[in-house]
Design a protein around this ligand. Structure first.
Ligand code: ZN
Length: 320
């Protein structure tokens, strides 16, 4: 299912085209903060290079999927030393055993030290025949420019909420749970997957939505700040939810042509935006990020909740 989503990405199509045109690069750099999508992209890339149809049924595909294909080696860049990279450089001197391409898949490449990346450069510059090195990283910041300039870049985009809902439905999620998880995921398969482990997130999401749609005056604050969603261990998730809901509210009131993160929540969102102007919604969103900063300074959850809710109220009335 994740493969199906990845197969639609321009990055995958570009790789497939390279394969079809027999113009595969010897170095690819896969970039995306979604670790689950990245990991799966590497496997899918290996399947596509090793088996023409990436059929997932033949012996070669089975070996790649099982992580036991002799010509496909995977590494965690976060745990690799210069010595480990030297091992790869040496290994690239020998031909593939099964006669096809020889692949090195290094995920978390942003964790490779500059020294380790420099070692790898030699292979990048004079690659052995049939060698392909895939580096995958959450971001490009710590990848050396020399590496970046020699690799072909493949970006993994965020996925549409509707696609994530479908993926979760196939996994056996109830529809309403899938919709909330997808809203929270904000395009990340990793975040969607993490949600499947959380039992009461949907209850919390709805509670946060209710707080926002029922908040009318400052007298309510004394009661609201003691709600379970603002407790010490829940507040961070609550801030995530507030951000998702308020950014959708901003999208709605400003009429921006952006896909809403929450699916099938239009009625609730309309309750939330009733008294909001676009500027007010933007100020409310800002209040949440200010609250996040306060949490980072170890200010207690109740005070943070009070400040955020007060600022949201103010944003609503000041910017009507
Ligand atoms: Zn196959």
């Amino acid at each position: 299912m994740v493969f199906d989503l990845l197969k639609k990405t321009p990055s995958y199509l570009a790789l497939k085209k390279d394969r079809d045109n027999k113009s595969l690069s010897h170095a690819y750099l896969v970039i995306g903060s979604d670790s689950l999508a990245r990991k799966n992209f590497l496997t899918l890339a290996a399947l596509t290079v090793i088996c023409r149809g990436a059929c997932m049924e033949c012996a070669s595909c089975m070996k790649v999927l099982g992580g036991i294909h002799i010509d496909v080696k995977t590494y965690d860049g976060g745990k690799m030393s210069v010595k480990d990279i030297n091992g790869i450089v040496e290994d690239t001197q020998t031909r593939s055993i099964e006669g096809g391409k020889k692949l090195y898949l290094i995920d978390n490449a942003e964790g490779l030290s500059a020294a380790a990346q420099n070692k790898l450069l030699k292979t990048y510059e004079e690659p052995g025949e049939d060698i392909i090195i895939f580096l995958a990283a959450a971001n490009e910041d710590s990848i050396l420019t020399t590496i970046k300039s020699r690799a072909k870049k493949l970006y993994i985009p965020p996925f549409p909420s509707k696609e994530i809902v479908n993926m979760l439905l196939v996994k056996g999620f109830e529809r309403q749970n899938a919709e909330v998880a997808a809203a929270y995921a904000q395009g990340s398969l990793e975040r969607a997957d993490r949600m499947s482990g959380e039992e009461d997130y949907r209850k919390n999401f709805i509670a946060v939505l209710e707080v926002l749609s029922s908040l009318k005056n400052s007298k309510q604050l004394a009661e609201y700040i003691f709600l379970p969603v603002f407790s010490k261990d829940k507040i961070e998730l609550t801030l995530d939810f507030l951000e998702i809901i308020l950014s959708d509210a901003l999208t709605l009131v400003s009429g921006a042509a952006v896909e809403l993160k929450t699916v099938h929540r239009d009625f609730d969102l309309k309750q939330v935006i009733k008294d909001f102007s676009p500027a007010g919604a933007a100020m409310a969103l800002l209040a949440v990020s200010e609250g996040r900063k306060m949490l980072n300074y170890n200010i207690n959850a109740t005070s943070v909740a009070e400040k955020i809710l007060f600022d949201i109220l103010e944003a609503r009335y000041k910017w009507q």
